[in-house]
Design a protein around this ligand. Structure first.
Ligand code: DLL
Length: 433
């Protein structure tokens, strides 16, 4: 490790001392500059100087997506607009997006954290980064872009889409690092294959994939088809964008959280009670260095788990487990709770299907029905047309035996599932219509 070793490998007590100092400064700043936080602190009977230890963080109130929406668009900003140099937004599934702002220093901090992320995932200044995250209001494109520049690497700002052209550029420019969503990585591989381009002849050594849930089996599939090492990267606009946590190339086992900038907690998604290390629950973040848009105990709805043990790469930063799903993504099918990522694992484990699937939820009378649409390859489709049904029943049985949930499996012809250029749409919930 050569980048910011100081923060990434320091003893936890030293790191926690920095966190406390930064937390106290952030709490004082939001109290004095954001009317929403002052009101919330007062309602909870806390003032910034009542924060004496890191444990006092738990006395501060949570912030939710609804709070951000109520203050749309700029009501949560902690600096005047003339200090804001960048605005991003995350598209909500319903209604208005969530709007976030950055000062010039925030943009620098973000670039630094993204440079550290790329570094942890194996990128160096002599690398060429093919950045196929979307540029625009989405934080993926520009987030990775600034980080790659900060690292000193060469960045190809290709953005998402126009996939055949991307393949040509990958072939001609010889990029060594691929950054995009995991679903788009698979689509790139598919189009490359159609064009007669093999990833074996491309120069990629690592891919840094995130912005949507994916499973360990999907990682293996991506590593095999794209002939690279695949690392998971996590972040969200409300907290910064990509670069909140990332896997290291050495261990590929959990995402290192940049705790010198963010304090992470795990809480019980229903009761809000803090959970100890090792117990899964909802991730909550407090930003401790942001100027324009600090967040206090922001409830992400993302489900994960935290581990404090140092990693074999040398980092002492806590690690979060791969995101298991979102608490609002959980499907309850006839009383059984199931996350899309669990179904993905079962589909991929069998090794027979393409890594393209979609879950459709309908209400039939008073009962919810889950249809799992899974794509098969050309060979299987022509070959299996006769016994398609028995394959469907078999997968239904495996899903039922593994997850305890009854589904209907529908095999789909090659290319039958729509490809995404950004975040894949895995769940179609017709109950909400
Ligand atoms: O998706 C930021 C990002 C860009 C992360 C590029 C990684 C790479 P939003 O659009 O605000 O920001 O969406 C944030 O996406 O709350 C998670 O539910 C989901 N998400 C992000 N990264 C992962 C991941 C960006 N590695 C929301 N695994 C988050 C699973 C992820 N889900």
């Amino acid at each position: 490790m050569i980048f910011n070793e100081e923060f990434e490998t320091m003893p936890r007590e030293a790191l926690e001392a920095i966190q406390l100092r930064r937390l106290q400064a952030t709490a004082a700043r939001v109290y004095n500059t954001v009317p929403f936080y002052r009101r919330r602190f007062e309602e909870a009977g806390v003032s910034p100087d009542s924060i004496r230890t890191l444990a006092d963080l738990q006395r501060l109130p949570f912030t939710t997506k609804a709070d951000l929406r109520d203050n749309y668009p700029f009501g949560m900003f902690a600096v005047p607009m003339d200090s804001v140099t960048r605005i991003h937004a995350s598209s909500g599934t319903t209604g208005k997006p969530t709007v976030v702002g950055y000062t010039a220093r925030d943009v620098q901090t973000w670039a630094e954290l993204m440079a550290r992320s790329l570094m942890a995932a194996g990128a160096r200044k002599d690398d060429i980064v093919h950045n196929a995250y979307g540029y625009g209001l989405f934080t993926g494109g520009l987030g990775v872009h600034y980080g790659a520049e900060r690292l000193g690497a060469s960045v190809i700002p290709i953005s998402g889409g126009n996939t055949r052209r991307q393949v040509m550029i990958m072939k001609d420019f010889g990029p060594t690092i691929l950054t995009c969503t995991p679903s788009y990585a698979l689509h790139l591989a598919e189009v490359a294959h159609e064009m007669g381009v093999s990833f074996q002849e491309l120069k990629f050594k690592a891919g840094i994939f995130g912005a949507e849930p994916w499973s360990e089996t999907m990682r293996r599939e991506i590593e095999r088809t794209l002939n690279l090492k695949a690392m998971d990267i996590y972040g969200l606009s409300e907290v910064m964008g990509p670069g909140v946590a990332v896997e290291c190339i050495e261990a590929q086992n959990g995402l290192h959280l940049f705790e010198d900038h963010f304090i992470a907690e795990i809480i019980h998604p229903k009761t809000g009670a803090p959970q100890p290390y090792g117990t899964p629950g909802e991730l909550v973040f407090t930003s401790i260095t942001k100027e324009a848009f600090p967040v206090i105990r922001y409830r992400t709805r993302d489900l994960s788990v935290l581990h404090p043990e140092p990693c074999r790469c040398g980092r002492t930063l806590a690690r979060m487990g791969r995101i298991q799903g979102r608490s609002d993504d959980m499907l309850i099918i006839r009383g059984v709770n199931v996350f899309p990522s669990q179904i993905e694992s079962v589909i991929m484990e069998s090794g027979r299907f393409e890594p393209h699937y979609q879950l459709v939820v309908d209400r039939i009378g008073t009962l919810d029905q889950l249809t799992v649409r899974v794509e098969v390859n050309e060979a299987m489709f022509s070959d299996a047309i006769k016994n398609l049904q028995s394959i469907e029943r078999e997968l239904e049985r495996t899903i039922r035996e593994t997850l305890g949930v009854t589904t209907r499996v529908k095999l789909v012809e090659p290319k039958g599932i729509q490809r995404s250029e950004g975040k894949a749409v895995r769940v179609i919930d017709n109950r909400k219509l």
